[in-house]
Design a protein around this ligand. Sequence first.
Ligand code: GSH
Length: 212
Amino acid sequence: MYKLYWSPGSAAMAPHAMLEDIGVPYELVRVDTAKGEQHSRDYLKLNPHARVPTLIYDGDKVMYESAAICLLLAERHPEAGFAPEIGSADRAPFLQWMAYLTNTVQEALMHWWHAEHFVDGVDLQAAVKHKAERRVADMFRFLDEQLAKSGPYLCGAKLYACDYYAVMLARWTRAMAAPVHTNPQINTLIRAVMARPGYARMLKAEGIEQLV
Ligand SMILES: N[C@@H](CCC(=O)N[C@@H](CS)C(=O)NCC(=O)O)C(=O)O
């Protein structure tokens, strides 16, 4: 039995969708980040960084960081096919894309959503957001070219957790001037991931939509 602390449309989306596809029992615990529940004393004991998601597994074990949770779930449930086997040809690209997505693309998205974490003052924050939007657009253009060369999924013929992660991050661009779903291959990827039962059920359960 797992427990996933989440909030709608957050970095919990990918692990949430994976749990749905894996089909194991799990409990969702909503953290209302708008009300600041991530700063409650009880939640900080689980996740001292005051972020979602957090996963409880094996009864009382706790972990956070969305990409790490995806990797753990893929590893514990190999039958779901969310990660290529160690030693297989897809393994290196899979690890590369997971790290690239969380460390580079997600980080650039954080600059857009939370410019106030990086600089003070409205003008500077607007400049950070402007630059972040261009960087995110460049990254998704790059991913689009990658998919055109060797898609339809990031690692080629098979869908893995990195594809869920990419589509989650694509959704985070919905409020930008040019959301990235208009890139043709990214659009195909979004549609393919949204057609998966787990991802579709996650969107419904979180009460959110995704641009296609
Ligand atoms: N690197 C973390 C980032 C998690 C994160 O920033 N989550 C956001 C929602 S997407 C959050 O909890 N925000 C609450 C806040 O900033 O107070 C991960 O990938 O799990």
